[in-house]
Design a protein around this ligand. Structure first.
Ligand SMILES: [Zn+2]
Length: 486
């Protein structure tokens, strides 16, 4: 009898001992950093004009711990032999609108697709046309992908890092006003207008409405503010020549953003708006394809005096898509196509002047909607067609971009490490290519030449080591956006 009673007790104690031991072992295992040692790679660090050859890079969890000629393999580290391939930082698209990807572009939300579908289209493109093509970070600069970004950061969805402005701030009748022409004024509110209800854009009147919109964006995790400082191509009511928003409205956007430690980016095309926005403290200047040389010189002078401002170049959209009436996106109206042709003409000249005067520049595709979003990397190769060198083009999409992203200050959703560079103390966002893109930029369009994609220490493409390699094990990353579980 005793034996019979003792045996289950023994088994029970053994089971308790095992269950108590298991979590401990797992916890210890999870505490160990995961290390990946890349050997024999030639590095473009995001800034230098030449490659550092024959280098090794040690990644620990989600950051780059060491870059050196020789690194002794730490115990337990996984090794990726780079085979003399080129390592670049992950690419950064500084002008994206990932929520505006339903088939009919910006008009979609009015009648054809709800915001749930908008999120589904966004997620498809974030993975297939961005992350899996080597674009590991985007600056989303009008639109609201903030909860998609939160889900990516928390590990529920794959995708690139997203720095978002949240909804762009536009005047009523400006570049961000996508409501129908005869919508009654009382329905143009953020309760009734679908683009405002989805927080993809705000149509404001007066500084106090600007305050509210900027604060609502920042409250939900926006990293900076986007204002529509002039007329646009893909909108109905605003000729390119107009000024967007009144001076006191822009000033308020700058004030509230600066109070929160971050900056304002603007959509604008011509001298009058660029100069007023420079006066008001705006820092990231998109487009600008109709500006003249004195304004370019002024920007350079301000940069030389230590002002942190940047020109953001949308090459493909201005030079290719807007190259002729016929090449314009099909969903554009006649008026939008005519505006586009004017922009296309100015863009080559603007790029030439910015290059000649060495204005600090980043690259952003502005390429969204089916037919364009699949071709984002052609914006980078377009930079070379517009007169920049391949090295400059790559800097626009890596090192320079990483600098501007950090202007978000305390609103930076990825504050721990640097971005857009391969160096000790940068996030582990890196790519391995066959060949040298500094000499042949076109190779980045050939997906068979892109062998390895790592973002935040996780591998998303790998043709170099066995697929059962533990480097696929997800690392735990700190929650950088959204403190609460879904
Ligand atoms: Zn844009």
């Amino acid at each position: 009898m005793k034996t019979k009673t003792l045996l289950p007790i023994f088994l029970l104690s053994a089971a308790v001992a095992v269950t108590m031991a298991l979590p401990q072992t797992q916890a210890e295992e999870e505490k160990k950093p995961i290390q990946v040692l890349f050997t024999n790679v030639n590095i473009f660090d995001g800034f230098s004009d030449t490659l550092q050859t024959g280098m090794s890079v040690l990644v620990e969890n989600n950051y780059i711990k060491e870059v050196a000629k020789t690194i002794t393999k730490p115990e337990g580290a996984y090794v990726v032999d780079g085979g003399g391939r080129t390592m670049t930082p992950g690419l950064i698209d500084m002008h994206q609108h990932v929520m505006l990807n339903p088939p009919e572009g910006t008009a979609s939300y009015q009648t054809r697709w709800d915001d749930a579908a908008g999120g589904a289209f966004a997620q498809h493109h974030l993975v297939n046309n961005m992350l899996l093509k080597g674009i590991t970070t985007i600056r989303d600069i009008a639109g609201d992908p903030l909860d998609v970004a939160k889900a990516i950061d928390m590990g529920y969805l794959p995708g690139p890092r997203i720095y978002s402005s949240g909804g762009a701030i536009s005047q009523v009748g400006g570049h961000g006003d996508w409501a129908g022409r005869n919508v009654p004024p009382e329905l143009l509110t953020d309760k009734m207008d679908m683009t405002q209800r989805t927080q993809n854009s705000w149509s404001v009147t007066g500084p106090d409405e600007v305050t509210r919109a900027v604060r609502l964006n920042l409250r939900r995790g926006a990293a900076f503010t986007k204002v529509m400082g002039g007329g646009g191509v893909a909108s109905e009511f605003d000729p390119l020549e107009i000024m967007g928003l009144a001076a006191d409205e822009v000033a308020r956007a700058v004030e509230i953003s600066a109070d929160n430690g971050t900056y304002v980016a603007t959509h604008a095309y011509h001298d009058a708006s660029y100069n007023r926005l420079l006066d008001l403290g705006v820092r990231s200047f998109e487009h600008g394809f109709l500006i003249s040389e004195p304004t370019v010189k002024r920007m350079k002078k301000m940069q030389d005096e230590g002002k942190e401002i940047v020109w953001s170049f949308q090459c493909f959209m201005s030079i290719n898509s807007f190259g002729s009436y016929e090449s314009m996106p099909e969903f554009f109206t006649h008026e939008q196509k005519v505006k586009g042709v004017a922009v296309g003409k100015g863009a080559r000249q603007a790029a030439k002047m910015m290059n000649e005067h060495d204005v600090f520049t980043v690259g952003g595709s502005d390429m969204f909607s089916p037919g364009l979003v699949e071709r984002i990397k052609e914006d980078l190769t377009c930079n070379v067609k517009a007169g920049f060198t391949a090295v400059q083009a790559l800097k626009h999409w890596t090192g320079n971009a990483g600098i501007v992203l950090k202007w978000s200050g305390p609103k930076d959703p990825y504050p721990t490490y640097e971005l857009g560079t391969i160096k000790e103390g940068a996030y582990a966002d890196l790519l391995l290519w066959d060949g040298n893109p500094l000499e042949d930029i076109e190779l980045i369009l050939d997906e068979s030449k892109l062998h390895f994609i790592m973002k935040d220490g996780l591998t998303y493409k790998n043709t170099l080591v066995g697929v059962d390699s533990p480097i696929y094990r997800p690392v735990k990353t700190p929650l950088t956006r959204g403190q609460f579980p879904l």
